[in-house]
Design a protein around this ligand. Sequence first.
Ligand code: ZN
Length: 336
Amino acid sequence: MDWNTFLGHHRQRQWFQNAISSERLASTFLMVGPEAVGKRTFARLIAKTLLCTRSEPRNFQPCGNCESCAQVEASTHPDLIQIHREHDRTALSIDQFIGPEEARMRQGLCYEIRMKPYSGRRKIAIIDDADTIGVEGANSLLKTLEEPPPGSVIFLISTSLQRQLPTIRSRCQVVRFQELSKEDLVTLALRQGLTKDAGQANDIAAASGGSLASFAILSDTLLNEFQVEMERQLVQRPFDFVRFAKAIQSHVDSVGSESQAKRERLKQLIEFTQQHFRLQLLERVSSKTLSPESSISAIRRCLLAKEHVDRMVSPAALIEAWSADLAAFVHESRPI
Ligand SMILES: [Zn+2]
């Protein structure tokens, strides 16, 4: 991880470089932009730049070899506090900010950032998944954002300004990130081994809307094959929702034993189904299979199902109820 291999976001890079070299770096930043375009890596690179012990921050080129650089890389640097939403939680927990109940205000990000920096430089915090800070978490963070310890830098990583509470928004400097260019996406995908074929990478990148996350979905052959099967089942009448639910469950199980990965995959499949009904709605004249009302009900049901995934509803129960409801909408549908 260094600036030479970091792709895109040149304007943001230049902006931080100027702020650091003129020693006018603010303390709290809200990094806003689409998923998987490099916001967190960017924040970690700034941390590396500021904490490197061999290269001055104003050079904007961490050495990559000192102990500090290695510790940032390994996420073990004592002055770099990183929190993210735990896999089994729907949101960042208040404990992560001010410690568990038995150690309130004696642990957690807001406490740690006030400690003297081990390196003698500064404390840096990266709050990933900041879209999921609840009201409680936000309240516990406000004082730290309002009066950050001297020299400290706090990054909040978010996908949308609208998802931030006004109290947080107003206390941060907003840095906007855009989608990656097609060229950067191709380079990144090849580097990460998402595909080995440059031609194919080009084609997929063109349809990925500048997001590496979308690229990963589109380049997943097994997933794409399964989506073809889903599409086939979705247009079949009568819609066999028991068979559909079984197929979804078994595909979700096939991604491995990690529950977070399964939930992510389930969300992708629900999203795909939602797109299917959206297209039905848009092309209803040609499809003639589904009334607009039914399509809208199905789309709404998909949105609700995705919410349920985020709220940790058991996947098996969720898949069953969601598929059955879809079937009801499909079969209720009046012919057009
Ligand atoms: Zn270094």
